[in-house]
Design a binder for this molecule. Structure first.
Ligand code: 0X9
Ligand code: ZN
Length: 302
């Protein structure tokens, strides 16, 4: 059993996924997409009620940034609701498949629990001793390191020595490319600030379908508001937040061809990254209402 009044360690999260796979074999399958730098299995849970294998799918990840603990917690809540509350949420799984990777940076996530609560990056050694880690969200190979990223390993936004230097980014890339025909929507969970961001992060220019991306985020934002949360600031990453190249969102749209690609920056702005465990429940339940609206869109339009 799981609750949403505490943050879980990486092993606990994976135990929960295994528990679900054992208990709901007709709905849940687990796939390791590879190991992290320190050898942790990166587990994607596939939630599918069946069908031909060509149903449209949604890919969700969380926790590319280690300290953003509410992101894995939210991914876990989406999993929990789609699987253990499927009776109430069957409309979300009867025509759409879900691939969810709750912790994209497991080594960093653990490091943020054991060593440094404010750790952001991955953990491998870099050319500068004493400055480990790469910013996973500057490491993807699309306009890599062009803007808003650093060449200097001691920086929080270090892009890495080369694009896809990080095994975790490569594992997600390979999974997405292998399933790109099926995946219609990509959501990557971060914190904080309350944004729904769409590409591009590498330029202030907008993609040709930016109007669709802008409009499509309005109802999820409204659902969040109606659930008691704040509306999201909606816009392209560069135009409403800052320019930063090498993000997973830009890669999914620009290279994998997943046209609908969003970064969800969860609440809140008072506590920032260190959102107290007492606030997990309201945060994840509100955001699930946004996810629900995105899910309906995919169901109706693909
Ligand atoms: O800077 C980031 O990677 C994200 N913000 S955070 O505070 N969670 O670090 C925003 C990423 C938006 N997307 C791109 N810039 N591609
Ligand atoms: Zn982040």
């Amino acid at each position: 059993a799981i609750s949403f009044d505490q943050y879980y360690r990486y092993d606990e999260i994976n135990s929960y996924l295994e528990e679900l796979a054992a208990k709901y074999p007709n709905l849940v399958t687990l796939e390791s997409i590879g190991k992290s730098y320190e050898g942790r299995d990166m587990v994607v849970i596939k939630i599918s009620s069946g069908g031909s294998g060509t149903r449209p799918a949604i890919l969700i990840d969380g926790g590319i940034h280690a300290r953003e603990w509410i992101a894995p917690a939210t991914a876990l809540y989406v999993i929990n609701q789609l699987v253990e509350n499927n009776a109430a949420n069957s409309a979300l799984t009867d025509a759409v498949d879900w691939y969810i990777l709750p912790v994209l940076n497991p080594d960093g996530y653990e490091y943020s629990h054991t060593e440094d609560r404010m750790w952001r990056k991955t953990v491998p050694v870099t050319p500068i001793s004493g400055c480990p880690g790469v910013d996973g969200n500057r490491n993807f190979g699309f306009h890599w390191n062009e803007v808003g990223a650093s060449d200097y390993p001691c920086c929080e936004d270090y892009a890495g020595e080369v694009a896809f230097s990080e095994i975790e980014a490569r594992n997600l890339r390979d999974f997405a490319l292998a399933n790109k025909e099926q995946i219609k929507l990509y959501l990557t969970f971060h914190s904080y600030g309350g944004y729904l961001l769409y590409p591009w992060g590498y330029t202030s220019e907008l993609p040709p379908d930016w109007h669709t991306l802008q409009e499509l985020a309005a109802d999820p934002s409204l659902a969040h508001l109606n659930a008691g949360g704040d509306p999201f600031t909606i816009g392209s990453s560069t135009n409403v937040l800052y320019a930063a190249a090498g993000g997973s969102d830009d890669y999914m749209k620009g290279v994998a061809g997943i046209e609908l690609s969003y970064t969800g920056e969860l609440t809140d702005t008072y506590y920032g990254f260190q959102l107290p465990a007492e606030l997990i429940n309201e945060t994840v339940t509100r955001f699930f209402e946004s996810v629900r609206v995105f899910g309906s869109y995919v169901k109706e339009n693909f």
